[in-house]
Design a protein around this ligand. Structure first.
Ligand SMILES: Nc1ncnc2c1ncn2[C@@H]1O[C@H](COP(=O)(O)OP(=O)(O)OP(=O)(O)O)[C@@H](O)[C@H]1O
Ligand SMILES: [Mg+2]
Length: 325
């Protein structure tokens, strides 16, 4: 069914709640880190998810990868429902690019071993084919000449080269989907664009689905077609990049985008700067719209009572806000 619609990943009403415990065993509540997220990602599509710290971005990726179990909801990959028993199958087809490249790489393995390991574990190819595959991915991420890099250990590489290696490792099993958690936030500005360009190139070369997570709205236009804005464990706005940049609808997204007049990458807005106020507690989230305590256009008796559904004021542009009812 999903395959007919060209859907690679289907996420329905996904909830991930972490248990909150006192003294390690008395459960005193839940952190609702992901609270009802639904979307479809097509084969070969790049999607960016933007949200401030603590909005649930990493939790969403980890839930998709099966690293944390969902509390509720359905996940389908390539038309197959994902459950505990086929996680190995899922993980083989999803490459993970972590936020901190150095922390993600085993310090005691050289480049060759790091790339060989997933092939051996997953019993992919014969020994010679494995060596060929390693050379192929290293060339693809431009760690060349390959012979120079094969014996190197992670600490001998620059931050940008480490991130290229993490991307190479994510590609080595020839996945259908890459999930990248703030892949450039730890890198210098000059290297950031290079890495985003590299990801874009491999995405197009292999028709990969990509979910790119960032808290930095200024990198959005470098990368994807569609953008989701996350706020307090929910997706509050979904649209294509041009729409989000030129016509943001949610008061939260509008506040963020109003602050990016400067085309210079470095001077552009970082999420932490706006809007004023604190994100809500995810243990006791506010009733109604979760943004209402910070919202300047709050409608009393509505926004603080009822949760807004997705409205579609512009075709293909969805926003969970009562202003568009
Ligand atoms: N293992 C855990 N146990 C309990 N709470 C957790 C756990 N992991 C994350 N949380 C909480 O869940 C919420 C969402 O966290 P998450 O890491 O998904 O946010 P994020 O959007 O990735 O933030 P950042 O931009 O800082 O990486 C936060 O309030 C966080 O404190
Ligand atoms: Mg995170």
């Amino acid at each position: 069914m999903a395959r007919e619609n060209n859907v690679l990943l289907s996420v329905r009403d996904l909830h991930t709640w972490y248990e909150l415990r006192k003294w390690g065993f008395v459960r005193i509540g839940y952190v609702r880190a992901l609270d009802g997220v639904s979307f479809d990602l097509r084969y070969g599509e790049a999607l960016t998810i933007v949200g401030e710290s603590g909005s649930g971005k990493t939790t969403l990726l980890k839930t998709i990868l099966g690293l944390v179990p969902p509390t509720k909801g359905v996940l389908e990959f390539a038309g197959q429902p994902v459950h505990a028993k086929n996680l190995w199958w899922l993980r083989r087809q999803v490459g993970y690019v972590q936020q901190d490249p150095y922390g993600a790489l085993p310090p005691f393995m050289n480049v060759r071993r790091i790339l060989l390991e997933p092939l051996v574990i997953n019993k992919v190819g014969r020994p010679l084919e494995r060596e060929e595959r390693i050379v192929e991915v290293l060339e693809e991420v431009r760690l060349t000449p390959v012979e120079d890099f094969l014996p190197k250990f992670p600490h001998m590489l620059s931050g940008g080269q480490q991130q290229r290696l993490v991307i190479a490792r994510a590609l080595v099993l020839r996945p259908k989907l890459i999930v990248a958690d703030e892949p450039v936030s730890m890198l210098d500005a000059s290297v950031r664009v290079e890495i985003l360009d590299l990801m874009r190139r491999v995405q197009q070369a292999h028709n990969l689905g990509v979910i790119y997570i960032t808290h930095d709205l200024s990198t959005v236009r470098y990368f994807s077609e569609r953008v989701f804005i996350m706020y307090a464990a929910k997706v509050v706005e979904k649209a294509n990049v041009r729409e989000i940049v030129h016509n943001p609808l949610h008061p939260y997204a509008r506040a963020l985008l109003a602050a990016i007049p400067d085309p210079d990458y470095e001077n552009a807005l970082k999420f932490k700067d706006v809007p004023p106020g604190e994100p809500p507690s995810l243990v006791h989230p506010p009733a109604g719209c979760r943004f209402h305590p910070r919202c300047t256009q709050m409608i009393p008796g509505l926004c603080d009572k009822d949760e807004p559904p997705d409205f579609e004021p512009v075709p293909g542009h969805f926003v969970a806000c009562w202003l568009y009812r």
